[in-house]
Write a protein that binds this ligand. Structure first.
Ligand SMILES: Cc1cc2nc3c(=O)[nH]c(=O)nc-3n(C[C@H](O)[C@H](O)[C@H](O)COP(=O)(O)OP(=O)(O)OC[C@H]3O[C@@H](n4cnc5c(N)ncnc54)[C@H](O)[C@@H]3O)c2cc1C
Length: 379
């Protein structure tokens, strides 16, 4: 057991591994090829308390800490980084936001359904206008006395295609107020929501979509957090999200290393094994070193959150950057070790490599993550 984990985390890991091998692995290639995930899988994960390990048991969650969450995400990502992405958006970004900031009405109506995977929710921040410059979003929320009317267009929304609920970040102050004029709202899917599927090179089955909101009316109880505090809420949740993306990076890198190591010990070449070549040994050892460094960084980051340490905010940026770069480096080396077989669809490596590349861009492109980290340095 890793020294930063406890028995409860290893028990959780064992049940996640069991579920992932039996239920996720058989669908993993299909999720990638068909570009969609089976909704039933989320319900199964929900029933086992794996969709929201941190949610309190009264809502059907596991009542665990953040290390529990990252372990589940790591194990699922070994099979399907796409499903791990969908899970961390729902389990960390959405459910955590609602637990902390939603009204009693929202909690009562939606939390249990989300925790159990009966409802799907999306985190809708990015807009075509401004991507990384989230302080410049244009989606508008107009106060009509007791209700809000939302108009605008979000893009690259994970699960956007399937969502029953959208956590929408909208402008409630002037454009010049930038991040100080944004509020979060929970918008149920209805006829005012129009969805268009988007295709990307990786994370292909996540139901990623452009979502337009046209005169969507929600009661004030569906406002999440205080007026004009939505940007801060998003950034707070993205610290959890970025750590989970580090966990996805670890899962991808571990799976790539296992595939390459096993292949090198089975492939006969020059009358011996591929693993007897010095350069292959060097590649495998480099991959191992990167995986183990990332593992310690990830569990340290999650432990900081569990202990309420302020350093967590910095480490969330570090683990997003290191986790996603490691995933790209290790999958690239694994493909090199396996040659043409690594490029073929016989193994998961080719999609793990494409998925790894996407992790460097979403939940804050790595350049933006490093810029945030730079501003925190010395504080
Ligand atoms: C598969 C997938 C799923 C996604 N899911 C979601 C989701 O669920 N919800 C959601 O809201 N968004 C989601 N996104 C959007 C994602 O978060 C954005 O793509 C990301 O924030 C970058 O924005 P952009 O693509 O518009 O790039 P841009 O902001 O246009 O950036 C282009 C390039 O400029 C660089 N750059 C930008 N700003 C700076 C800076 N200040 N300093 C240095 N370099 C900079 C970027 O790093 C990038 O390399 C998803 C994206 C993908 C691909």
């Amino acid at each position: 057991m890793h020294p930063l984990l406890e028995e409860v985390h290893e028990l959780l890991r064992r049940s996640t591994v069991e579920f992932a091998e039996a239920r996720i692995e058989p669908s993993a290639r299909d999720i990638e090829v068909k570009g969609e995930y089976p909704r039933g899988l989320l319900r199964e994960l929900g029933k086992l308390g794996l969709l929201a390990p941190m949610a309190p048991p009264e809502y059907g969650g596991g009542g665990l800490d953040f290390r529990g969450e990252v372990i589940v995400i790591e194990e699922v990502a070994k099979h399907s980084p796409t499903l791990a992405t969908v899970m961390e958006v729902q389990g960390a970004l959405i459910i955590d936001s609602l637990l902390k900031h939603a009204s009693g009405v929202v909690k009562e109506r939606f939390l249990e359904g989300l925790v159990k995977g009966e409802l799907i929710a999306s985190f809708a921040l990015t807009e075509p206008c401004c991507g990384s410059d989230a302080g410049a979003i244009e989606t508008q929320a107009t106060d009509r006395g007791g209700e809000w009317v939302i108009n605008g267009r979000k893009t690259w929304v994970t699960s956007g295609q399937y969502a029953d609920l959208y956590l929408v970040f909208a402008r409630t102050g002037g454009i010049e107020e930038r991040h100080r004029g944004i509020t979060a709202f929970l918008v149920p899917r209805g006829s005012c929501v129009e969805v268009n599927h988007l295709e990307a090179m990786g994370i292909r089955g996540g139901g990623t979509a452009e979502v337009a909101f046209r005169d969507c009316s929600v009661p004030d109880e569906y406002r999440i957090g205080e007026v004009n505090r939505g940007f801060y809420l998003a950034m707070e949740e993205l610290n959890l999200g970025r750590t989970c993306v580090g966990a996805i990076g670890l899962g991808i890198a571990e799976r790539a290393l296992t595939e390459a190591y096993n292949y090198a010990h089975g492939r006969r070449i020059y009358g011996g094994l591929l693993a007897q070549l010095g350069v292959i040994q060097n590649y495998l050892a480099q991959m191992y070193a990167q995986v183990e460094a990332l593992r310690s960084l990830l569990y340290t980051t999650a432990l900081m959150r569990d202990r309420g340490l302020g350093e967590f905010t910095k480490y969330a940026q570090v683990v997003k950057f290191i986790g996603t770069s490691t995933a790209v480096n290790v999958t690239k080396l694994a493909i090199q070790v396996m040659g043409a077989v690594g490029l073929s669809t016989e193994t998961p490596l080719e999609y793990l490599y494409r998925d790894a590349k996407v992790t460097e861009v979403y939940e804050g492109a790595n350049e933006v993550v490093l810029y945030s980290l730079f501003k925190m340095m010395g504080k």
